[in-house]
Each structure stands twice: as structure tokens, then as C-alpha cells.
Ligand binder design. Sequence first.
Ligand SMILES: [Zn+2]
Length: 109
Amino acid sequence: MVSNKRKIKNNRSKKKSFQIIAEKRINDLFERAYDFLEINKKYSNKCVMLARKISLRYKVSLTKQQKMLFCKKCGAYLYPHNTSRVRVSRGKIVILCLECKHISRYMYK
Ligand SMILES: [Zn+2]
């Protein structure tokens, strides 16, 4: 039987297509986390957790901005003035999670 759908020949291209879908989904989830920040904090935390899970499952690395948007300790969605505090000191960006008081530091150029 001949199907009209384009067949994916090898596993590598199949993997690549999954990764593209995963990337889109991750971006959508971060957007949704932002939209629900003021309405439902728990839901936006859940969105971020899901995005991280997807990135691990399909080996899609998050962008630098996305990595700065969640707490490494408790996994909460971090947004300046809302759930996190951002300061610059000694050539580093210091982000304080207001949920668990975890501090993460990033270099900047
Ligand atoms: Zn935290």
C-alpha cells in the first residue's frame, strides 16, 4: 500500500523533526508561563517545568535567556520585579529567586 505521506527514511532525520517540534513547544510554554504569571503562578511554574522536561527528553538546549528565566533550585518561573530580583555587581548579573532565596550569577560582556 502506498501512502501519500512523506516517509522519514532514517532515524536521524526523524530525531531532527522531533527536535524542531520540541523547540516550538518549549518556546510556546515559556510564552504561556509569562501570560499566566499574574493570574496563576503555579501554572506558570508548571509550564517551565514541562519545558525543561521536554528539553531533556529531546536533547534540545534552552537559550541563554530561557535558562535565566527559571530557578535552578526550586524550578520556579523567574520574572524581574515579580518573582525575582535582578542586580548587577562585580561584573555579574545576580538573580535572586524570591520563592526559595536561591542566588544565581551570570557573567555579562
Ligand atoms: Zn528558587
